[in-house]
Design a binder for this molecule. Structure first.
Ligand code: ATP
Length: 251
């Protein structure tokens, strides 16, 4: 019970905050994660808090990459686990992707709590507790990952990822699918495909696209050929600027 009435104009956004605060109290979200969400909210405001056609196009290309992958993986941090654990699990099942918990502020306790949340939402296996490999070029704590999961993956979904790790994964030759509301972030500009959308809208959309493209290799091929990351990011940035200008324009 939050006391927030569903008629509140900012209901959805406030409910996401509630989930994060709940995750914080439960010990899966760190205070820094709350700040990162605030940065995301600001960009979402500029998007009109809706999934744009650019995000939809990126999501289709992302689905095509996932369906073409040999060893897909999904990286999960505390915010993602607090916001949409059920969607992560659905995506992992449909795309046959391993789930691995990867934390910037890593403790064994947080990892095991996040693993438990994902298992409660149906995940059969969650990697990340006993890392046995390191991503090159990062300090030890942030480099840690699992050989069976992200380290050997060919396509990695990286929602709300930090730029250093996104760059390290790209430098290993992996395809990465970022979900990030900031079209200017290093992660957004490094990933193979960047979906500029709020993660609780983006993952269900990705699930739908994986379902749609599963038996349509031609449609998957076409989604890939139509997608250009930098053009897509430019269009999203222009849309944000346009929304801001129209808000400021005299009536
Ligand atoms: P980078 O290191 O990639 O340049 P950064 O320093 O902003 O970017 P972080 O602080 O790790 O990276 O933040 C993660 C990113 O996730 C931010 O760009 C933020 O806009 C985005 N973000 C936060 N919450 C959400 C959300 N709910 N949905 C989608 N994106 C989000």
């Amino acid at each position: 019970m939050t006391g927030i009435p569903p008629t509140h104009p900012r209901y959805k956004s406030l409910m996401l905050r509630e989930r994060l605060v709940g995750g914080f109290r439960h010990g899966i979200v760190v205070p820094q994660g709350l700040i990162a969400h605030g940065r995301g909210e600001m960009f979402d405001y500029l998007l009109g808090e809706q999934t744009t056609k650019e995000a939809k196009a990126a999501s289709k290309a992302a689905a095509a990459h996932l369906l073409g992958a040999q060893r897909p993986a999904i990286s999960v941090n505390g915010n993602v686990a607090a916001l949409c654990p059920e969607d992560v699990v659905r995506l992992s099942i449909l795309a046959r992707a391993r789930i691995e918990v990867c934390l910037f502020h890593r403790t064994d306790e947080r990892i095991s709590k996040i693993m438990q949340v994902l298992k409660e939402h149906g995940a059969a296996e969650v990697l990340g507790f006993l890392p046995d490999a390191e991503l090159p070029g990062l300090d030890h704590m942030r480099a840690m990952c699992s050989k069976e999961g992200i380290y050997s993956a060919d396509v990695v979904v990286i929602p709300l990822e930090d730029g250093d790790r996104a760059e390290a994964l790209a430098s290993m030759g992996k395809k990465t699918i970022a979900i990030d509301l900031n079209p200017m972030s290093r992660t957004a500009r490094t990933a193979t495909v960047t979906i500029v959308d709020e993660v609780t809208r983006a993952i269900p959309e990705l699930v739908l696209n994986v379902q749609d493209l599963k038996d349509s290799p031609e449609a998957a091929k076409s989604a890939l050929s139509k997608y250009n990351r930098d053009e897509n990011l430019k269009k999203v940035s222009n849309l944000m600027a346009k929304n801001l200008k129209s808000f400021l324009a005299p009536k």
